[in-house]
Write a protein that binds this ligand. Structure first.
Ligand SMILES: Cc1cc2nc3c(=O)[nH]c(=O)nc-3n(C[C@H](O)[C@H](O)[C@H](O)COP(=O)(O)OP(=O)(O)OC[C@H]3O[C@@H](n4cnc5c(N)ncnc54)[C@H](O)[C@@H]3O)c2cc1C
Length: 410
């Protein structure tokens, strides 16, 4: 049974269960009351304004509330994506010097066989569910980059492929945030932090005493700044099988296109799987799978299943190939779609469609690029995240000890 049924009812059930105050108090713990909405938000089955309106019908919700800020992080990452395009896939700032990062992911990480329980559990959970709690994503990324010295982009591509909620902006910029190329401090964690947020009752198997992460922050910081990588823990550790990432499932074939002359056609891409709005006048919904994107960013079978099940439910037919090959079929029809920033889809749909509706946002988009979340959030919501300056600390790393004080922790 999948954790994320690919239908709108499942998203609504999740929305109804949200209690913002409980969320704020528990979200950092692995068994906390997180919403589990991310696959539905990523694929456009739920917009942030609709989610907020639905929550507000049951609970008070203000921009200063934790849940609103987390929604805000997604908008911030998309704001950066809007401005930088594919630039989000490259280092936004200098990495930790003088480290040289590897360009491949070691097999023991891929196979969940590092011998560090928090990492191996995260990898197994990811493969089994297509989802990871935010804290687990941060731990995994920090271990890969700072202790194993793998370039964040390598880890980001791998994680993106396996997540059902994989979103290039939220994922790749979060990896950069952890690496320190998109934040003022790289992010580190230790075994104590895992023990704190992985409750014994439900997640004791994540605890990692006596491993490479069981160190004081000073030791971890020093390690992160050297060229040395820690390697897997000594001994043999059981390995799991990594699910294949694929460009397209073998059973996904293009439907034969009917005559589309003089019809109003909605082009439904994988991030546009919500309901039609009342003003949508389309009389034919055509699913589009643009292969050049998927060649570049392959997905797990679980994500394909999520996307294609919903796309089949929503569409009269599905086109698979290069979007520009659709042009002759649509010459006498009127075409419309929802804007997306996903590379390849973005440009091709812009060229093909007569009307591209803007994505619905919770805040109006600032014209100029805001380089940090706090600047962005202050501008769009009026909420200032700047607190009293923290006491001087003799480190250049972002750890749990200080992060909460300087407001940089997520
Ligand atoms: C290394 C790393 C990779 C990540 N990759 C992705 C990704 O590919 N896709 C993705 O949607 N999120 C990603 N995130 C952000 C975050 O981990 C997930 O959005 C969140 O865990 C999803 O679970 P949830 O829906 O229960 O979140 P909740 O905590 O319930 O939050 C509600 C919603 O707010 C948004 N949100 C919450 N936290 C963040 C955040 N830190 N950044 C951006 N949006 C956020 C999401 O849309 C989420 O569904 C990543 C974080 C890290 C550290």
């Amino acid at each position: 049974m999948t954790m994320f049924p690919p239908n709108l009812q499942a998203a609504r059930t999740r929305l109804d269960a949200i209690r913002p105050a409980h969320y704020a108090n528990t979200r950092n713990a692995l068994d906390g009351a997180v919403t589990l909405l991310s696959p539905y938000i990523t694929h456009g089955m739920l917009t942030l304004p609709d989610a907020i309106n639905a929550i507000k019908r049951r609970h008070p919700l203000k921009p200063a509330d934790k849940l609103m800020m987390e929604f805000g992080w997604r908008e911030f990452f998309h704001h950066v994506w809007q401005h930088l395009g594919d630039g989000i896939l490259e280092d936004r700032g200098p990495a930790v010097s003088p480290v040289e990062y590897a360009q491949t992911l070691p097999d023991d990480i891929r196979q969940g066989a590092t011998g560090v329980p928090v990492i191996d559990e995260a990898v197994r959970t990811l493969y089994a569910t297509g989802y990871l709690h935010n804290h687990a994503r941060m731990w995994l990324a920090s271990y890969v980059v700072h202790l194993r010295k793998v370039h964040w982009r390598v880890g980001a591509d791998w994680l993106y492929g396996h997540l059902i909620d994989g979103d290039l902006a939220s994922n790749h910029l979060s990896w950069q945030w952890v690496a320190g190329t998109f934040s003022n401090k790289p992010y580190l964690f230790n075994a104590e932090n895992v023990a704190r947020y992985a409750p014994v009752a439900t997640h004791a198997q994540w605890h990692s005493p006596g491993t490479a992460v069981d160190q004081d922050y000073e030791v971890l910081e020093a390690l992160a700044k050297t060229t040395e990588q820690v390697g897997p823990e000594p001994g043999n550790h059981p390995a799991c099988i990594e699910p294949a990432l694929i460009e397209l499932p073998p059973d996904c074939i293009s439907s034969t296109l009917p005559a589309l002359k003089r019809r109003v056609v909605e082009l439904v891409h994988p991030w546009n799987l919500g309901e039609d709005t009342e003003s949508n006048s389309a009389d034919f919904r055509l699913g589009v799978i643009h292969l050049p994107f998927h060649h570049r960013f392959p997905w797990s079978a679980a994500r394909w299943n999520f996307v294609l099940t919903r796309m089949r439910e929503r569409c009269h037919g599905i086109f698979v190939g290069d979007i520009k090959d659709l042009t002759p079929h649509l010459v006498d029809s009127q075409t419309q779609t929802l804007a997306t920033l996903n590379p390849g889809y973005a440009e091709s749909l812009q060229e093909l469609a007569d009307e591209v509706r803007p994505d619905r946002k919770m805040f109006s988009e600032p014209e100029e690029l805001c380089p940090s979340f706090s600047q962005f959030y202050a501008k769009v919501s009026g909420v200032s995240l700047t607190r009293k300056p923290p006491p001087k600390i003799n480190t250049k790393f972002n750890t749990h000890k200080q992060g909460r004080r300087n407001g940089a922790r997520r």
